[in-house]
Design a protein around this ligand. Structure first.
Ligand code: EPZ
Length: 427
């Protein structure tokens, strides 16, 4: 089992560039299925999850090539409409091929994703939405079959909660549906906006970008288009929190500061220096003796849909709060089981109490954590353990790091590049 070894206590200094967003690359790759032809995507991160999505597209008959961060996908000929269990179980975002296949062929058979470490992760909102557009969905042997007799018909779709991939799936199904579709309580994440930009470039007619109400006027067909993937705001947020925890001064480049409004506010509230530039953010972990009070203050967070505090940064921020001064109350409102990192942080000395979907973190000050062997349980929990290892005294060993490699491009190299004593031991 590969491991990451970190020798903690070193400040981070220098520059690190953000990669393209995993959660934009996945829906945009799926969207290439809607229009036959050769699509070019720029700034595509090379991750375990993006490789899995390319395998799913291959299974459906698409061909692809990668040159650096440019990926060209040819969807001229589709030979199938089924996303198999063995791929979907490794990455639930494979369900994002449902909408495009319905738009292209009117039929799709996709394995139900099943749960994952952070929750049951149902797709009932997706399926209800498709039914509104005239799709018949049948659940059989762990697969969902979605079929429409003649063509998709525009309708009003309402989400009980603003599902990100639910909004993306319905957008991709509605672009060639007959008539008008309105999606109410739509997700407003920047990754949804990136998908809207791509679909518009392909000839779709969509209004309401960045709002919770999207209106789509169906068109007869779309054509291939080139699109650039936006920077990964969760990766950027992870590095900002890492510097806040380890100390030092780092500039994260190739990013969009406006995509992290809530995290920037919370870091400043905790006493961390944050300067926003056009396409970069500079963060200062331990102000060089500037302020008199504690250098890291406890702040409360509540995870919310965008532009609220991202659930994907909750685990990372909790690691930071274990070494602040004071008590931080962390509410996780999006997923029912997203505290898997707590037990591991406790093994490193974190003083955390869980009460339902709330965690109470008693900060122990900058020397609060000590290195230990810990185990990653899911993608963002792994990032939380890396941050804790960077701030802890002594050596931390993290096992099951394949979780991390799903969503962070060359994280160990990027952290070494700004001074971390971190390495991978391949076993
Ligand atoms: C997307 O997942 C992201 N993944 C997640 O990132 C992210 O945590 C999540 O949005 C919330 O921001 C991708 O974009 C590929 P949801 P998604 O549908 O779309 C419930 C990461 O670490 N729900 O917005 O699956 C659901 O259970 C990953 O990169 C239903 O009940 O999340 C959850 O409680 C983790 N029925 C809430 O809504 C549905 O049909 C929000 O889920 C759909 C969702």
């Amino acid at each position: 089992m590969d491991k990451i070894i970190i020798e903690g206590g070193r400040p981070l200094n220098g520059k690190v560039a953000a990669s393209g967003a995993k959660n934009a690359a996945l829906p945009l790759m799926a969207a290439t299925l809607i229009a036959p032809g050769l699509h070019t995507l720029h700034n595509v991160p090379d991750l375990r999850d993006t490789r899995t999505m390319l395998k799913v597209l291959e299974t459906l008959g698409a061909a692809w090539t990668r040159t650096g961060t440019e990926v060209r996908i040819d969807t001229s000929r589709l030979t199938g409409a089924e996303a198999p269990y063995e791929l979907v179980k490794t990455m639930r975002a494979s369900v994002l091929v449902l909408g495009p296949l319905l738009a292209r062929t009117g039929y799709a058979r996709v394995s139900l994703p099943g749960g994952c470490a952070i929750g049951a992760r149902p797709i009932n909102f997706h399926l209800r939405g498709f039914e509104q557009l005239g799709v018949r969905t049948t659940l059989r042997q762990g697969y969902v079959e979605a079929a429409v007799d003649d063509s998709l018909r525009g309708s009003v779709v309402y989400f009980d909660s603003p599902s990100v991939t639910g909004t993306e799936n319905l957008l991709m199904a509605a672009v060639t549906a007959e008539g008008k579709t309105v999606i109410k309580n739509a997700a407003r994440e920047p990754e949804v906006g990136n998908l809207i930009d791509m679909l518009t470039a392909m000839g779709a007619e969509i209004q309401g970008r960045d709002t919770d109400r999207l209106t789509i006027h169906g068109v007869r067909r779309l054509h291939p288009a080139g699109t650039r993937i936006i920077p990964d705001r969760i990766e950027v947020g992870t590095y900002l929190i890492a510097v806040a925890a380890a100390g030092g001064e780092v500039t994260v480049t190739d990013c969009i500061p406006a995509h992290l409004p809530s995290l920037v506010e919370k870091l400043r509230g905790a006493g961390v220096g944050v300067v926003e530039h056009d396409t970069a953010i500079t963060v200062t972990g331990i102000p060089s003796g500037k302020n008199k009070g504690p250098d890291l203050r406890s702040v409360d967070i509540r995870t919310m849909p965008y532009p609220g505090f991202p659930t994907d940064l909750q685990a990372q921020f909790m690691a930071l709060m274990t070494i602040a001064e004071g008590v931080s109350v962390i509410h996780e409102t999006i997923f029912e089981n997203r505290f898997m990192h707590v037990a591991e942080l406790q093994r490193m000395g974190g003083n955390i109490k869980i009460d339902g979907s709330t965690a109470i973190v008693k900060g122990k000050g900058r020397v609060g954590l000590s290195g230990a062997p810990v185990m990653a349980t899911d993608l963002r929990a792994s990032a939380s353990l890396v941050i804790a290892g960077l701030a802890a005294r002594g050596v931390t060993e993290i096992s099951r790091i394949y979780h991390l490699e799903r969503g962070y491009e060359t994280m160990v190299d990027k952290l070494r590049g700004i001074g971390a004593a971190i390495r991978i031991v391949r076993e």
